[in-house]
Design a protein around this ligand. Structure first.
Ligand code: UGA
Length: 431
C-alpha cells in the first residue's frame, strides 16, 4: 500500500454498497466494507459473492488486497475519513422511504474524536434528509463530521460499467472542501462532475428515476393505442428516438417496469411532493399505467384461449430485467399471481432467478430449462428479455406445446420468424 492510498469506508454491503466498494477499490482506494449481517461478511471473506452481477466476482478477486470486510463500525471510523452509507431505504406503508437503517447508522456513530470524517450518502433518501442530518450533526457537535450527498445511478446488470463510465457524478455538499474530497475519488473517470447543494443532489436522483419511469409508462400507453389503430410501437419509438430531444433510450414498450428502484422511487417522490403539499399528478398516472400494464398480458391470453382456468401458461423469464437475479417488483410476480388466481397452471424458467423464485411467488412450477417449461403449455409468455431467449428452439417447442401461441411481453422476438415457425405471435403494441 502506498502512502497516498485513500481509505474509504462502506456501510451496508448490499447491491449498491458492494458494487461501489469494488469499483472504488478498482480506482486504487482501500475500501473497508462493513455490514451488520455477519453471514454475508463471512461469505465475502471466503470469496463467496452474495449477489448476482456480471463481472463483479472477477473484479472483487482482482482487488481483494484492497478490500477488507468487517462487521465493526469502529474498524471503519478508525481507518477512514470518507465513509459511505449504502444501506437500503425500502418503502414504508405510507409510501415514504424507510430511513430506519440510515438513522441506525447515525445513532451508532462512534463517540467524539478529533479525527475528521465525511459521511457520504449513497442510499436514496428523501429530499431534505441530508440537510436535516447535516444540521443535526452540527447541533450535536458529534465530532468533526461533514455530510455529502453522492447519489448512485447504477443499473443492475451493468452496474460496473455504469460506475466506471458514468454519464455524470453528482456531489451535493454544504462544505466545499468535503465535496472536493469526495470529487477526488472520481478524478480518474472521464465524466462531468456536478457540484450542488445537498437537496439538489437528492432531487437529481429522484427526478432522474422518475423521468425514466415516466418515459416507460408513456411508451407503454402509446403501445396500447398502437394496438387499437394498427401501428407498431417499436417503429414508433424508433422514429421518435431519432429526435435528439427525445432520444432512443427507455422507449421499449413492454409489460411494465419493476425492480428495487423505479417503483420505490417514483412512489417516494410522489410522497415527498405530497408531504410538502403538492399533488404530483403525472407520477400518479405513471404508477397506475405501470400497474395496469403488468396485467394486459392476461387479457391477451384470454383473447386467444378463452377462460384461463385449467390452461397451462409457461413464463420465460422471471427476473425484473435480464442479467440480474432480482425479483423485486418484477412484472412476472404480478402476472403469475393473476394467472394463478384465474385457475391457470403456471410454469416458469429463468436462467438465473429460479433459486429465488419459490420465495417470491408460491404456486409456480419452476423448471430447469426452456423445453421443460413449455411442455404441455397452451401459451408461452416472454417476460424477461434474456439473451438465451433470442434463438428459441421453436420446432421442439411447437411439438411440446398444446397450442402454438407466444405472447412477447418485451417485443424481443422476431415476429416473422415466430410466425414462419407456425406460431401465433403477439407482442405489446405491435398489432
Ligand atoms: C434504475 C436506473 O436505471 C439507474 O440509473 C438507477 O441507479 C437505479 O434504478 C437505482 O435507482 O438504483 P435498474 O432498476 O437497475 O436501474 O434497472 P433499469 O435498467 O433502469 O430498468 C428498470 C425497469 O424498467 C426494468 O423492469 C426494465 O425492464 C424496465 N424498462 C426499462 C422498460 O420496461 N423499458 C425500457 O425501455 C427500459
Amino acid at each position: 500500500m502506498t502512502a497516498e492510498t485513500t481509505y474509504v469506508g462502506m456501510i451496508g454491503i448490499g447491491y449498491v454498497g458492494l458494487v461501489t466498494a469494488t469499483c472504488l477499490a478498482e480506482l486504487g482506494n482501500h475500501v473497508v466494507c462493513m455490514d451488520i449481517d455477519g453471514e454475508k461478511i463471512a461469505a465475502l471473506k471466503e470469496g463467496r459473492i452474495p449477489i448476482y452481477e456480471p463481472g463483479l466476482p472477477e473484479l472483487i478477486e482482482k482487488n481483494r488486497e484492497r478490500m477488507t470486510f468487517t462487521t465493526s463500525l469502529s474498524d471503519i471510523f478508525d481507518r477512514c475519513e470518507l465513509v459511505f452509507i449504502a444501506v437500503d431505504t425500502p418503502l414504508t406503508f405510507t409510501g415514504d422511504a424507510d430511513l430506519s437503517r440510515v438513522f441506525a447508522v447515525m445513532s451508532a456513530l462512534p463517540g467524539l474524536s478529533a479525527d475528521h470524517h465525511i459521511l457520504v450518502m449513497k442510499s436514496t433518501v428523501p429530499v431534505g434528509t441530508g440537510s436535516k442530518i447535516s444540521s443535526e450533526l452540527a447541533r450535536q457537535e458529534v465530532g468533526n463530521i461533514d455530510y455529502v450527498s453522492n447519489p448512485e445511478f447504477l443499473r443492475e446488470g451493468s452496474a460496473i460499467k455504469d460506475f466506471l463510465n458514468p454519464d455524470r457524478v453528482i456531489i451535493g455538499s454544504r462544505d466545499a472542501e468535503a465535496g472536493e474530497k469526495v470529487a477526488a475519488l472520481y478524478k480518474n473517470l472521464d465524466t462531468p462532475v456536478l457540484r450542488t447543494n445537498i437537496p439538489t443532489a437528492e432531487m437529481i436522483k429522484y427526478a432522474s428515476n422518475a423521468f425514466l419511469a415516466t418515459k416507460i409508462s408513456f411508451i407503454n400507453e402509446i403501445a396500447n393505442v398502437c394496438e387499437e389503430v394498427g401501428a407498431d410501437v417499436t417503429v414508433v419509438a424508433d422514429g421518435m428516438g431519432y429526435d435528439q430531444r427525445i432520444g432512443k433510450h427507455f422507449l421499449n414498450a413492454g409489460i411494465g417496469f419493476g425492480g428495487s428502484c423505479f417503483p420505490k422511487d417514483v412512489t417516494a417522490l410522489k410522497q415527498i411532493a405530497g408531504n410538502s403539499g403538492y399533488h404530483f399528478q403525472l407520477l400518479t398516472a405513471v404508477i397506475e399505467v405501470n400497474e395496469l400494464q403488468k396485467r394486459r398480458v392476461v387479457n391477451k391470453l384470454q383473447k386467444h384461449l378463452g377462460t384461463l382456468a385449467d390452461k397451462t401458461i409457461a413464463l420465460l423469464g422471471l427476473a425484473f430485467k435480464p442479467n440480474t437475479s432480482d425479483l423485486r417488483e418484477a412484472s412476472s410476480i404480478v402476472l403469475a399471481s393473476r394467472l394463478l388466481g384465474d385457475g391457470a397452471l403456471v410454469k416458469a424458467y429463468d436462467p438465473v432467478a429460479i433459486p429465488y423464485a419459490a420465495k417470491a411467488v408460491r404456486g409456480i412450477l419452476l423448471c430447469d430449462d426452456i423445453l421443460s417449461a413449455v411442455r404441455d403449455s397452451d401459451a408461452v409468455v416472454l417476460v424477461t428479455e434474456w439473451d438465451e431467449f433470442t434463438d428459441l428452439p421453436l420446432e421442439k417447442m411447437k411439438k411440446l406445446m398444446r397450442r402454438p401461441l407466444i405472447i412477447d411481453g418485451r417485443n424481443f422476438l422476431d415476429p416473422q420468424k415466430i410466425r414462419d415457425a407456425g406460431f401465433t405471435y403477439e407482442g405489446i403494441g405491435r398489432s
